[in-house]
Design a protein around this ligand. Structure first.
Ligand SMILES: Cc1ncc(COP(=O)(O)O)c(C=O)c1O
Length: 386
């Protein structure tokens, strides 16, 4: 596997030596290189920024300045807040039942996600809506269902019917979204599991063939009812593949900017690790154990070891199997632990991207050898949307 090397931690450590851990760091050189790679992989199709995977306005604006176009927000209150701050072209990726936010969305230039008549009924009149279409793969006549359980809308006829129902309520059908989680969000080369990786690749190839036909037919059926401004698909793990689908006008991406550990398992494009958090060693229970403060930042999804944070510097550290990553302290084992003393710093990577920002008020931004800024996360701005 052509996994990216880790950055030069001495450079990052020197740049952040004045900060008191715990703190979170983004290596701007890696972030910018990842943004450039993602844009290149999209081969001219616009990339819409999945904001859940960044959760920091300064870095979202940096991605937009680099060439991303528009934002795929994760809640309606977030979308309205971004719009208040002048962010243009915000599409909410998930349906909302927040009556207060839906009322506040009337007349605002944000696009709501819908997949059923209840969503249409809740949308303010005149609102822009995007139809969420299931992009899962259902082989064996639907006896097996692979993919995220999202929208009940799957066929061209169902999508066209929902578009007509939206128009009948005075809504504007702005776009279609069909996110292939089983391709974009599942690593196809999990380290240490070659057979499983081969099975994932076979599944993804078959799913992509099925989706290429169905997504095209869905878009044609909806276009016969309403002109569409955009057709969104994909994510970090599928940018090149999704951009190649002629039915898709734009691809969503976010996680590839931070490159958390779950994205190490992709063959097509391994992004550069760009986001880290740093914890202090606070005690030494034994000569071969170093215990750091905090660290229990476990990622969402089906629980498993791949959701745990990973100590990456100094090298030779691992979590204790019985304690994992703890709420208030995390013991570290391995060859590297003996060399650590109280007060030393350990660098970690999170398994997912934006969730890191729910643990820190700010991100320290490093460019080359220097700490260039410390900027607030959403949480640091007092906004924990999810
Ligand atoms: C609708 C949608 N599009 C795209 C993505 C991909 O985002 P990322 O590039 O951060 O993996 C996600 C992630 O869950 C999503 O829910």
């Amino acid at each position: 596997m052509n996994r990216r090397p880790l950055p030069d931690f001495l450079r990052l450590a020197r740049a952040t030596s004045s900060l008191e851990p715990p703190f979170a760091v983004v290596d701007l050189d890696a972030f910018d290189a990842n943004a450039a790679d993602l844009l290149r992989l999209a081969a001219g199709k616009p990339l819409r920024l999945a904001s859940k995977s960044v959760r920091c306005r300064v870095l979202a604006e940096r991605a937009l300045a680099a060439g991303f176009r528009g934002v795929l927000a994760f809640t309606l209150p977030e979308a309205l807040w971004l719009d208040d701050h002048g962010t243009e072209d915000v599409v909410v990726a998930y349906p909302s039942t927040d009556a207060t936010a839906l009322a506040a969305a009337a007349g605002r230039p944000v696009t709501l996600m819908v997949d059923c008549e209840a969503h249409l009924d809740a949308a303010p009149r005149g609102a822009r809506v995007c139809l969420d279409v299931d992009a899962g793969w259902w082989p064996l006549g639907g006896r097996i269902r692979i993919g995220a359980r999202r929208s009940p809308v799957r066929t061209p006829a169902a999508a066209a019917a929902l578009a007509r129902a939206a128009l009948a309520r005075g809504l504007l059908v702005d776009g279609v979204m069909a996110y292939e989680a089983q391709i974009a969000g599942v690593g196809d080369a999990p380290p240490g599991h070659p057979l499983y990786g081969a099975a994932v690749r076979a599944m993804q190839a078959a799913s992509a063939r099925e989706l290429a036909r169905r997504r095209g037919a869905v878009v044609a059926a909806v276009r016969a009812v309403a002109p569409l401004r955009f057709v969104n698909g994909g994510g970090t793990g599928s940018v090149a593949r999704t951009a190649a689908d002629p039915a898709v006008s734009e691809v969503a991406a976010g996680s590839g900017l931070f490159a958390p550990t779950l994205f190490d398992a992709y063959r097509a494009w391994p992004p550069r690790p760009a986001a880290f958090f740093v914890l202090p060693v606070v005690r030494k229970p034994s000569a071969g154990t170093a215990t750091v403060l905090g660290g229990g930042y476990v990622a969402s999804g089906a629980p498993g070891r791949d959701r745990l944070p990973r100590p990456v510097h100094p090298p030779g550290l691992r979590l204790d199997r019985t304690e994992g990553a703890g709420e208030v302290q995390t013991p570290l084992l391995g060859d590297g632990a003996a060399g650590l003393a109280v007060g030393d710093r350990v660098w970690f990577r999170h398994a997912k991207a934006g969730e890191l920002c729910e643990r820190f008020d700010s991100l320290a931004l490093v460019a080359r050898d220097a700490l260039v800024d410390v900027v607030p996360t959403y949480r640091g701005e007092g906004r924990a949307f999810l």
